[in-house]
Structure formats: structure tokens, C-alpha cells
Design a protein around this ligand. Sequence first.
Ligand code: NAP
Length: 266
Amino acid sequence: MKVYAVLGDPVEHSLSPVMHNAAFREMGLQASYHAFRVGINRLRDAIRGADAMGFGGLNLTIPLKEGAMAVVEPDETAKAIGAVNTVSFRGGIRGHNTDGIGASLALRHYGVDVRGAKVLLIGAGGAARAIAYQLSREGARIVVTNRTPERGLALARDLGLEFRPFVEIEELVRGSDILINATSVGMRDGDPRLFDGSMLRAEQVVFDIIYSRETELLRDARRARAKAIDGVMMLVYQGAAALRIWTGLDAPVDVMEGAVRAALRG
Ligand code: NAP
């Protein structure tokens, strides 16, 4: 029996155990996936302990993704992004980042081609960095905006992208083909809107990477008849990419999506 886990703090509400255990069952693997609450000060012990105990692999979530860079040997992608969401133990303790490819495959899943598209990326946290890295490699024309300019500027500088101040958000929304919310705004009921959603147009794609609830942004997008994409398939594809790193096998994405959506329905 191989053991896998997601580490984070908080981690109780993570959907990764439900999603990966459904995948393992479907694939007929003798494996189980768990969630462990680990703070940043015990991350090194936890990762080394998992390695010592023969774990199959780990996922990392808030607030561990950036701090893990100092504990693992990051691959090229994790290095460029500056964050690790997947750890493997074959040939050392290696760090990977599958969030960017997860977002890219989610867009492709819904028939969206980012090549040459004007993409407005809102946010400059770990998820935004991963998405910016991947979509810029695929030829998207990305403009980054973020509430805290220093963080947005740092992302734009590191990845060679354009940064525009948050106060310009409405003008930026109007000028974009694809709009990606990579902030945590919308996670909670009653969160304020990032901008007036009535300005969205039917030709636009609105990708909100939040997966825990139907956000106001997605509701605004549907009202405007824009293409509205939630964060579930990004979660599924980043998980599928992690599974491939750990096992070399293709993951059953339909089963994983079904497990996540069922868990969200409660
Ligand atoms: P993070 O590193 O904490 O970054 C949070 C981002 O949200 C920052 O850009 C922050 O701006 C912005 N923000 C927070 N409150 C704001 C407000 N009131 N107004 C404007 N901007 C605000 O978090 P993360 O790891 O990147 O995750 C961001 C979101 O993505 C979370 O909701 C997470 O659940 C989701 N996510 C989804 C997936 C998936 O697979 N679907 C994967 C990873 C993450 P400042 O810099 O100004 O603070």
C-alpha cells in the first residue's frame, strides 16, 4: 500500500483526498491519500519524514508552496514559478509545480485556445505565478494586475510580462479576450466584486480558479453569456499531472471530476 498526502494549514477542507482516492480506486492501485495539517516551521521534518516512511508522493497547499523551495530539489518549472505543489521521492526529494499545466489543460478542456489571446491575469500569488508561467509559454499575451503593486510588478518582472495598476481594472477587463481571477476574492459568501461584472461581453472567456463555490464573477459572466469556467478542472488536471509524476500513469480525469463535484454538492 503506497501512502500519499496533501500538507497544508488549514487543510481540513481539501478535496485532494476525495479526488485522488477516487482515482486510485478506478486505476486499481493499492494506495491511499490523506490530508495532514503541517505548519511552515515543520515542513522540512514532514517532507523528510514522508520520504523516510516510503510515501509515494505529496501535494503542498497554502502556506507551504513557496517555503518548500528550500527543502526540495525543484525542477525547472518549480524554479521558474518559485513554488512547489507536488513532491516526488524517486531519485531524491524533488519539487514540481503542476498548477500552471492544470490551468492550461482546464482551458483546453473547455475549448479555449490561449495562443495570441489577450489575457488579463488578476492576482500575483502562487497560483497566478504558475498560470502566468505556463500560459506565456503557450503564446498568450498576458497583462498582470494585482491589488499590491509590488507583488504584481515582481511577477511581471520575473516572467517578462506587462503589469498595470489595479485601479485600471475596468479598462483592462474591457480590453481582454480571456480574464482569469487568480485571487482569493470570491471564496467567501459576501466577498466584494473585483469590478462591475455588467461590463463583461459574450465573446469573452472568464476563468475563475476558485472551485469551492459558484462565485459572483462566474454568475456575472453567465449573465453576460460569456464562457464561464470554474476552478474544478484546474484542480483535477493539476492532480492528474501530479499522479503522472508519481506513478507514470494517466489519471481518470472524468472520475476525479465526478468525485470533486459530488463532494462540493455535499
Ligand atoms: P495567495 O498566494 O495567497 O494569493 C492571493 C492573491 O489574492 C493575491 O494576488 C492577493 O493580492 C489577492 N487578493 C486577496 N484578497 C484580495 C482583495 N480583497 N482584493 C484584491 N485582491 C486580493 O493565494 P494562491 O495560492 O495564489 O491562491 C489564490 C486562489 O486560487 C485561492 O482562492 C485558491 O483556492 C485558488 N487556487 C485554485 C487552484 C485550482 O486548482 N483551481 C489551485 C491553486 C489555487 P495581494 O498581493 O494584494 O495580497
